[in-house]
Write a protein that binds this ligand. Structure first.
Ligand code: ZN
Length: 179
């Protein structure tokens, strides 16, 4: 498994829904999580590993520390066929990186809170909601399933500037996980 990077055309494809009960999903999600942890990411979508299916993995807990400064326990979450069913009116801007766009980060405006309906890895229907990093991450990863990367979320002017910055990052050999 390898993380594909922009401008690979696979990142611009709209992904197919997963068939309910598809047994291959559990193994794929496990491999995606392993890859995500290896590259110090907090989220990964299946198209980023070249699989055009609506699967996302997220863990925004593990890079944080508890009140005693110890690393938090891992909390891997699998999202199958995720859909945003509710969101805040408020939108907030914050910096985002992406394993498929190594070497740069972009200020992106997102809803400050979202509620997402999906299936977990056992095909139980679950509702997950969140703000902060988790809410932002869910929106970022669901964008990937619709072929939307960081660049498509920027204004035309910002996009040009960031594409230049990204070109320079690629030339100096930036690897997934670098922001
Ligand atoms: Zn991404």
């Amino acid at each position: 498994m390898r993380i594909i990077t922009s401008p690979d055309p696979l990142l611009r494809e709209v992904c197919e829904p997963v068939e309910i009960g598809d047994k291959s999903v559990k193994r794929l999600a496990k491999q995606m999580l392993r890859e995500m942890y290896k590259d110090d990411g907090v989220g990964l979508a299946a198209p980023q590993v070249g699989v055009l299916k609506r699967i996302v993995v997220i863990d925004t807990q593990w890079p944080q520390e508890d009140e005693k400064g110890r690393p938090m326990k891992k909390n891997p979450l699998v999202f199958i066929n995720p859909e945003i069913i509710e969101h805040s009116d408020e939108r907030v801007k914050n910096l985002e990186g992406c394993l498929s766009v190594p070497g740069i980060s972009c200020e992106i405006e997102r809803w400050s809170w979202v509620k997402v309906k999906c299936f977990d890895e056992n095909f139980n229907e679950v509702i997950r909601e969140g703000d902060g990093l988790f809410g932002r991450c869910m929106q970022h990863e669901i964008d990937h399933l619709d072929g939307i990367t960081l660049f498509e979320r920027l204004s035309p002017l910002d996009r040009l500037a960031k594409l230049e910055e990204y070109k320079a990052a690629v030339e100096r050999g930036a690897k997934p996980g670098e922001c």
